[in-house]
Design a protein. Structure first.
Length: 164
């Protein structure tokens, strides 16, 4: 199938890219191979790859099948609640669910340089990165949002106190 010029130049919508990244992160957290996930969702491996890239041409049913296969609940939120869950304490947040986007936290991004900055991490994964690489933390340049994340990890997940 030939792609049109429009398809080649149009990037995938950011909300689908985020959804795809969360699906990928969840699959990796569960240590499920792509082929196994695709089989469980009754789709092809190629379709799963396209979902994980956030391609809009994949039908919604395929996205939902993958979410169900990975134990994800896809919910609709009013437009005002599109920010990360940590900005909305009234939303229930599962620490075992990938929800921390690497690119949103400069120190975490610097410490996890080997990972794709669009990936989402669980609390445990972020905590592990911070603790393993604490000697590389630039304590003078931690912004308020990242400081809040680190304090939440200390309070809720018993992360080592890295900042004062």
């Amino acid at each position: 199938m030939e792609k049109t010029i429009n398809q080649l130049s149009t990037p995938n919508p950011p909300y689908l890219v985020r959804l795809g990244a969360q699906i990928t992160a969840r699959r990796k957290v569960l240590r499920v191979r792509a082929q196994s996930c695709a089989g469980a969702a009754n789709i092809s491996r190629v379709t799963l790859h396209r979902i994980e890239k956030g391609e809009p041409s994949v039908n919604m049913g395929a996205y939902l099948q993958v979410c169900e296969a990975l134990g994800l609940h896809l919910a609709l939120l009013p437009l005002g609640l599109q920010e990360a869950p940590e900005n909305h304490p009234n939303l229930s947040e599962d620490p075992d669910m990938p929800h921390i986007c690497i690119k949103d936290y400069p120190q975490l991004k610097a410490l996890s340089w080997q990972l794709n900055e669009e990936e989402y991490l669980t609390d445990a994964q972020a905590m592990s990165i911070y603790e393993r690489n604490k000697r590389f933390l630039d304590l003078d340049h931690i912004d308020d949002r990242e400081r809040a994340l680190m304090q939440r990890l200390v309070k809720n997940n018993s992360m080592e106190q890295l900042i004062v």
